[in-house]
Design a protein around this ligand. Structure first.
Ligand SMILES: Nc1ncnc2c1ncn2[C@@H]1O[C@H](COP(=O)(O)OP(=O)(O)OP(=O)(O)O)[C@@H](O)[C@H]1O
Ligand SMILES: [Mg+2]
Length: 374
């Protein structure tokens, strides 16, 4: 019998924990079982598995809204643009759309534009003819050709160089392409799903991404929220990854240490679900008992380097822009303007000022108030 007060022992899932003292499989004596019971959540009892929707775990309002959009758009042939931070599950969502579409029996072809050298992206997308460039020893089918009748997942679409953006727009509008070095127009029947973890609106403003291509891709936008905005999904996801690691690594983790559960729920997960997945795998590998324990230091170590680097770059940019605006008395354009001083296009600086929330009017006001100091 457990001495726990069920109210104290309730978890975020709202269920009292399993009473382990009666577990004949337990390697512990009864007293020790009670102690561990107070510190651990039983996976089967307290974190029931969420029904999987095409491998997607989660029942928070945020992910449910995304899945409702997936259900709506999948049967149509509309182009979808999936946005969201790295590791939020954009590819999983793209695959779910494919599986729920009439193209599900045809291939799901994927290309990661960030992993392909910019100069080779056009050849990868559209293929090339023999002799099109040095090293093109034979005709090569591009991803559009391979994906025919299926779904083409264009991942990290913001990384496509501008000259290829023009070609891609034309191909998407005309539904036919030419291989690099070729003259024959090849019709295709492909549903395109694009994804990016960058803010395409800002990329458009700064001239890095074509507005017309953005509109062409953004027919049906789906935003996948970061894990920190759906904390209810953290423990069900943890359970899902523990189950998978148990099978993969022949382990038998059945509980999560209570403080570990609190830590997981409190962490802000800058690497999102991928970070949680990797952390669980590490913890399962290191575990010698049937209870999963995650050290606080692992969470801090995982989340520190990138955000702090990002923060220092942002601060440096903010400082450089502030200095230039002060010297130009708040003027952005013109030969004496801040953009010229920083050596960047006016539109790029305008969008940076906006995204960094810099009050450029302040520099104008300061200039008119104390002109002698400038
Ligand atoms: N809701 C979920 N349920 C189960 N597993 C998930 C879920 N979301 C993501 N994952 C898993 O997390 C990992 C990262 O997901 P995915 O590759 O889809 O993210 P992404 O948004 O495409 O990331 P990136 O921008 O870095 O490419 C994958 O292993 C995926 O299977
Ligand atoms: Mg991805």
């Amino acid at each position: 019998m457990s001495t726990l007060n069920p109210m104290d022992a309730r978890t975020s899932m709202g269920r009292p924990p399993d009473v382990l003292a009666s577990d004949p499989m337990s390697p512990f004596g009864t007293g020790l079982v009670r102690e561990i019971d107070e510190q651990a959540l039983d996976l089967r009892e307290e974190i029931p598995p969420t029904p999987l929707f095409e491998g997607i775990v989660g029942s928070s309002g945020a992910i449910s809204r995304v899945l409702a959009q997936v259900m709506k758009v999948a049967p149509s042939d509309a182009t979808v643009l999936i946005t969201g931070e790295s590791g939020t599950g954009k590819e999983l969502i793209a695959r779910a759309i494919h599986k729920r579409s009439r193209r599900s029996r045809a291939p799901f072809t994927r290309m990661n534009c960030a992993a392909t050298p910019p100069s080779l992206i056009a050849a990868e997308l559209f293929g090339y003819e023999k002799g099109a460039f040095t090293g093109a020893n034979q005709r090569h089918a591009g991803r559009f050709e391979v994906a025919n009748h299926g779904t083409f997942f264009l991942d990290e679409v913001a990384e496509i160089p501008s000259e290829t953006q023009v070609a891609l727009l034309r191909v998407l509008q005309e539904r036919e392409f030419e291989r690099v070095g070729g003259t024959q127009s090849i019709p295709f029947d492909v549903r395109v799903i694009a994804a990016t973890n960058r803010d395409l609106g800002t990329a458009v403003q700064s001239g890095q991404f074509r507005l017309d291509l953005f509109y062409r891709l953004n027919v049906f936008p789906i935003h996948v929220p970061p894990l920190r905005e759906r904390p209810e999904d953290i423990l069900p996801l943890a359970r899902h990854f523990i189950d998978r690691c148990n099978t993969k690594l022949s382990k038998a983790i059945r509980r999560i240490d209570r403080r570990t559960a609190q830590r997981l729920e409190a962490h802000d997960w800058p690497g999102n679900i991928r970070e949680l997945q990797n952390l669980i795998e590490r913890a399962v590998i290191l575990s010698d008992s049937d209870t999963l324990v995650v050290q606080n230091a692992w969470l801090r170590a995982d989340s520190d380097p990138i955000p702090s680097l990002r923060l220092s770059i942002v601060n440096q940019q903010r400082e450089a822009i502030a200095v230039a605006l002060a010297q130009s008395r708040g003027r952005v354009s013109g030969p004496q303007g801040a953009a010229a001083k920083l050596g960047m296009p006016r539109t790029t600086l305008e969008s940076k000022i906006k995204s960094l929330r810099i009050d450029k009017g302040r520099y104008r006001r300061e200039a008119s108030g104390c002109p002698s100091t400038l």
